[in-house]
Ligand binder design. Sequence first.
Ligand SMILES: NC(=O)c1ccc[n+]([C@@H]2O[C@H](COP(=O)([O-])OP(=O)(O)OC[C@H]3O[C@@H](n4cnc5c(N)ncnc54)[C@H](OP(=O)(O)O)[C@@H]3O)[C@@H](O)[C@H]2O)c1
Length: 283
Amino acid sequence: MILVTGATGTVGSEAVRLLSAGRRPARALVRDPVRVAQRGDLADGIEIVTGDFDRPDTLDAALRGVDTVILVSPAVPAQEIAVIDSAARQGVAHVVKVTSKASADSPVDRRRGQARIEAHLVTTGLAYTLLRSNAYLQNLFALAPMVKQTRGFLMSAGEGQVGMIDARDVAAAACAIANAPTAHAGQTYCLTGPDLITYTDVARELSAVLGHEIEYRQIRADEHRAAMIRAGVPEAVATSNAQAFRLIAEGDAAWLTDDVATLTGTAPRSLHTFLTEHRAAFS
Ligand SMILES: NC(=O)c1ccc[n+]([C@@H]2O[C@H](COP(=O)([O-])OP(=O)(O)OC[C@H]3O[C@@H](n4cnc5c(N)ncnc54)[C@H](OP(=O)(O)O)[C@@H]3O)[C@@H](O)[C@H]2O)c1
């Protein structure tokens, strides 16, 4: 039995969709099954179990009988550590952890948090695989309201390149591992899309897809942080985002690998494919 956490989220919902068509039994952990049922959020063919990262008793019940966990969440350390500890208690064999460019000395708070979670996972002795992804193409949805209203977007990533990946390809890689985890124990895969992309490329591709000019308005990281807060982004998230965009400007995200194709047998989706499929969100 495979359990997917964060099953209503960007990566988790695609993992659930893929697993529901697969051969291994799978279970989706959600905290509000009524909302999921009302909205028809999750595919048929998958067991839905209620669980809250902040309530370990619900996690123990959800993880009973599970051998493999696809662990994806907003990556609050205490919450993911609670899932990992519950997995250990329930005899789970393998955890596939979705993570980022984590390091204990990163200037970005959420990357230090990921490093804490990874370190804890290692100490449990559970078999694990880390999926260290580059930035998701789905982050571009945050620009959509501004693109629609102003035919442009603000960004502080300069001309930094990013190996942006479609979160659906992260899910596909996670499912490929969860379906046959033994060979992947102890491995870390670095997941990227097929191309190095700058935000100038994003503006050019959006212009082509939408049929009118979209302007990339470059701003400083401090201006960007202030703009995100004005737009309603929580202060801590705006700070981490601005730090991450500054790192992008410095070349921190300019990395590509073949790991998605190696794991899934399929090339990852490109920026062009993503924007063409999601044209309506930006127009
Ligand atoms: N965005 C990027 O560019 C990027 C790049 C690399 C790595 N990552 C990593 O990707 C992960 C985030 O993945 P994502 O974007 O798929 O997440 P997401 O869309 O934000 O989804 C979060 C999921 O967690 C669930 N959740 C939140 N609090 C919960 C609780 N207390 N109990 C149970 N479930 C709860 C949410 O459920 P509800 O629907 O109930 O809220 C939702 O299903 C993080 O580890 C992040 O570091 C992201």
